[in-house]
Design a protein around this ligand. Structure first.
Ligand code: ACO
Length: 329
């Protein structure tokens, strides 16, 4: 097993015997399912892994607003526009809770955002794909937020207290997002024209595989999984979560009257799970390297927003200073 971990670049997990007394006490606390809180001692690797994962998660929530924002002005009805705006605002809120959770680990928000802007920090691959039709808004709510929920429901039990508590509210809101997305697609499939039904199928064809990529590389190719599982930051592996997502999503897909662009997708009675085809990992790693259809546009938009919002932040600081002076006077 260790040889295999080294080959895949995986971080080696120390046995209890190899740990310092502090590390052992920490691991025993985790094994006893006691949450780690900001003031508790923690190994530097645990802190750095969480800063990496939570900051990337926060960046994903914020960048994830962009593909949907593209459709606010073109939502087909006032009700749909309001729902979409509420959903996008929820995503902004998720980003804020997550940046706050990250700050409890001693990380600096501006520095982490700068890493996003200079390409050092990742965000979810899925948000580098364009939203070409109104059906994509339904598909993102249903498939993309659906995949996010499968991952995040488990993260409610993650070992770091502030992260797990942030996840509880986020999951509630994501459930609403998933339902509004599915409702958009159901309406198009039930009451739409042939062209609109085709639009739904086309959207599912484009987002199906990228949604499966959201769970990350296969377990054997995931350098962080072994250690993150030992620390109970991750409670289920990338492949386990991907399988859970497929198993719960295929019946919903069939209920819609649509198909997945995967000829190998079929129920396996013996395994009690759906079998599915191989993901195009070349595409996944290309997107991670910054070469997806929208990577450059997404980062340029985020940088512009930070620059153009500078005066708001300055005004808020000036106002807070003034309040402080008044209180002191
Ligand atoms: N998109 C971009 N990068 C990814 C993705 C993805 N879909 N999947 C894996 N990666 C990156 C990892 O961040 C890691 O890179 P790094 O070491 O430079 O940080 C590398 O690929 C190898 O992957 P793993 O070893 O499997 O990484 P990890 O253990 O962090 O697992 C996962 C990846 C499952 C995404 C985990 O970080 C996680 O659960 N994050 C929290 C959930 C989240 O971020 N969701 C965002 C999308 S949902 C939404 O925003 C609506």
């Amino acid at each position: 097993m260790y040889a295999q971990l080294v080959e895949t670049g995986a971080k080696r997990v120390k046995s209890l015997d190899e740990m310092s007394p502090e590390e052992r006490a920490f691991q025993e606390r985790i094994d006893a399912e006691i949450k780690i809180e900001p003031k508790n001692w923690m190994p530097d690797g645990y802190r750095q892994t969480l800063i990496r994962q939570i900051s990337q998660h926060a960046h994903s929530e914020v960048v994830g607003m962009l593909p949907e924002g593209n459709w606010v002005t073109r939502a087909p009805t006032l009700k749909r526009k309001l729902q979409l705006m509420a959903k996008i605002q929820d995503e902004a809120g998720h980003g804020l809770y997550l940046y706050s959770a990250m700050e409890t680990l001693g990380a600096d928000r501006d520095e982490e955002i700068e890493k996003l802007h200079n390409g050092k920090a990742k965000y979810s691959s899925i948000f580098n794909y364009p939203t070409l039709s109104w059906a994509d808004i339904g598909t993102i709510g249903w498939l993309v937020d659906g995949a996010a929920i499968v991952n995040q429901v488990v993260l409610q039990r993650t070992s770091y207290g502030p992260y797990s508590r942030a996840m509880i509210r986020i999951c509630k809101e994501e459930s609403f997002h998933q339902r509004q997305g599915y409702q958009i697609l159901l309406d198009l499939m039930r009451h739409g024209t042939d062209e609109q039904k085709q639009m739904v199928q086309d959207s599912i064809n484009r987002f199906w595989w990228p949604a499966l990529m959201m769970f990350g590389p296969h377990d054997d190719d995931s350098p962080n999984s072994q250690q993150s599982m030992a620390w109970k930051i991750k409670r289920k592996s990338n492949d386990e979560l991907r399988q859970m997502f497929i198993d719960q999503t295929v019946p919903q897909l069939e209920f819609l009257g649509c198909t997945a662009p995967d000829p190998d997708l079929k129920w396996n009675e013996e395994r009690g799970h759906y079998d599915f085809g191989e993901i195009n990992w070349q595409e996944f790693y290309d997107v991670l390297k910054g070469n997806g259809p929208c990577n450059r546009e997404r980062i340029a938009t985020r940088k512009k927003a930070i620059e153009e919002g500078a005066w708001v932040r300055e005004a808020a600081v000036a106002y807070a200073e003034k309040q402080k002076q008044r209180a002191a006077a």
